[in-house]
Design a protein around this ligand. Structure first.
Ligand code: IMP
Ligand code: MG
Length: 182
């Protein structure tokens, strides 16, 4: 076995567990979206690793695209603002949109993004997140598909970064506090 990254405290979700989580999500999505017009919308950059595994476990014809967004302003979806850094190239009309996110933290970004995509008139908009930290939510957002609920740790790997590092780790790990405290 490869050694754990020196900046990681412990592995929270192993590669094998990630494969099981993704395969279960893929089965649920395959069942729920049969006969629909599925459009997966990955949120850059954190969702890239999850998205590429998840889409291969969905046994349906589907489309995929990416958005890059940031949120700022106050905590609620009515007063917060979303900044679209990279938008979809085509209309979502006629599609059942499934937003693919790495982690749901405050919920700010996703609640604003969901509202925005709904305003563009697709058939439906739902949310699939690999990880969820419910203790941190400040909006009443509820993901439709969740890979794993986790406590309030700062985690890295499998797409998730700290300062743009660690996205390529094949597992999800807790970052050593001394890395972000220094
Ligand atoms: P929020 O839900 O709008 O607060 O923001 C969620 C975003 O914050 C995620 O898409 C991540 O980019 C980032 N984030 C939140 N928690 C973590 C973490 O534990 N590790 C890495 N990135 C995180
Ligand atoms: Mg992100």
């Amino acid at each position: 076995m490869k050694e754990i990254h020196p900046d990681a405290q412990t592995i929270l979700i192993t590669e094998t567990e990630l494969q099981d989580i993704v395969s279960d999500l893929g089965k649920q999505i395959t069942a729920d979206y049969a006969g629909k017009n599925l459009l997966l919308v990955g949120i850059l950059k954190g969702s890239v690793v999850f998205m590429s595994d998840l889409m291969r476990s969905i046994d349906l014809d589907c489309n995929m695209d990416f958005m890059r967004v940031s949120s700022y302003g106050a905590g609620t979806s009515s007063s917060g603002k979303i900044n679209i850094e990279l938008d979809l190239r085509r209309s979502v009309k006629g599609y059942d949109v499934l937003i693919i996110e790495d982690i749901l933290d405050s919920g700010n970004t996703l609640s604003l993004l969901k509202e925005l995509l709904e305003s563009r008139g697709p058939e439906s908009v739902k949310i699939c997140t690999l990880l969820d930290k419910p203790e941190r939510h400040i909006t009443d957002i509820k993901p439709d598909y969740t890979g794993r609920v986790i406590p309030n740790y700062f985690v890295i790997g499998y797409g998730l970064d700290y300062d743009e590092k660690y996205r390529n780790l094949p597992y999800v790990a807790i970052l050593k506090p001394e890395i972000y405290e220094k």
